[in-house]
Design a protein around this ligand. Sequence first.
Ligand SMILES: [Zn+2]
Length: 366
Amino acid sequence: MEKFKSCGLTTHMDGAGNVCGRLGDPDQPAVLIGSHLDSVPAGGMFDGTLGVIAGLECIRVIQENNIEVNCPIEIIGTSEEEGRFGGMLGAQALSGHLTLDWLESARDPKGEYLKDALKKCGLDIHDTLRARRDPSSMKAFLELHIEQGPVLENSQKCIGVVDGISGVFKWLVKLKGKADHAGTAPMDMRSDAFMGLADFAHEISRIIDEEGTDKSRLTIGRVDLKPGYAHTIPGEAHFTIVGRDMQEDIMHQLANSCRKVLSSIARKHKLYFEYEQMSWLEPKYFSPEVVDLIEEEVKALDYSYMKMPSGAGHDIQFFTDLTPTGLIFIPSVGGVSHAPDEWSHWDDVEKGTQVLLNTLLRLAKD
Ligand SMILES: [Zn+2]
């Protein structure tokens, strides 16, 4: 907020902890530049922060060069994007995707309630709800972010023009067999839950080949074997499946195929199979006119670029149904993110910021 103020911006923190700095009329619809200021434990310095600092740099360039714009520009450093309480608190508050029920009940993995954590920061959940912006107050929403993956670097491109964010589903799967003595139970008389899981893991690439696209992902990220003892046959395997694709019908095909394959594997190993769908987020597409605008500006600057989807979620996904949206990526060295050695070359940072500025000016002069 001090940095915003030192540039002469009108500054405030809303009830969700979003930090806002505005250039121009407080009541006119604004072009918003947003990204998040929080990080994960032992995270890097570019994830999120880049989009806020780059937004501030755009404002400075506009001021230093007396560039005329026809509408206000506002930078928003959002809060709590990394999902300590599940979801993206700041962006969901701004876009009106929160309910009082959820705010009352949300807890972090250690059991601390969101409402208590807010209180510690001098905020309360009713003010969090009031942070919602009316869609008519927004002219557009732009976000600059690091890719957090290896695709741009491997393709030797400086800019990613992002056309959408993958949809994601998350399942909690349980395969139940029979825990038994690892020495006395013959190999052909077991109901070994881990063997079912292992068979399923081998089927993932076939499921994607047959039902998916080059943008499909299926991941088993967490496994619990019960009772989890070296000399006991695992009676239960609990694991997560996270599936992603850019098309919702493909997501359904992947999910159906997972279900069929798990059922037949369960029969083969004499296991009982059940699953719970923990979440289903549909794919989000950015506005074609903003995507085209970003592409035009990148071409005019003669930067190398590619159109790409985002496999990770970002603040901007909550605004796609409310206002024209666009997301710009720059390369992450080695594809590393959410780690202290997360890095992006300053040359790419500059290019990404230039694309952000030029796109912003096109939208703000409209
Ligand atoms: Zn981020």
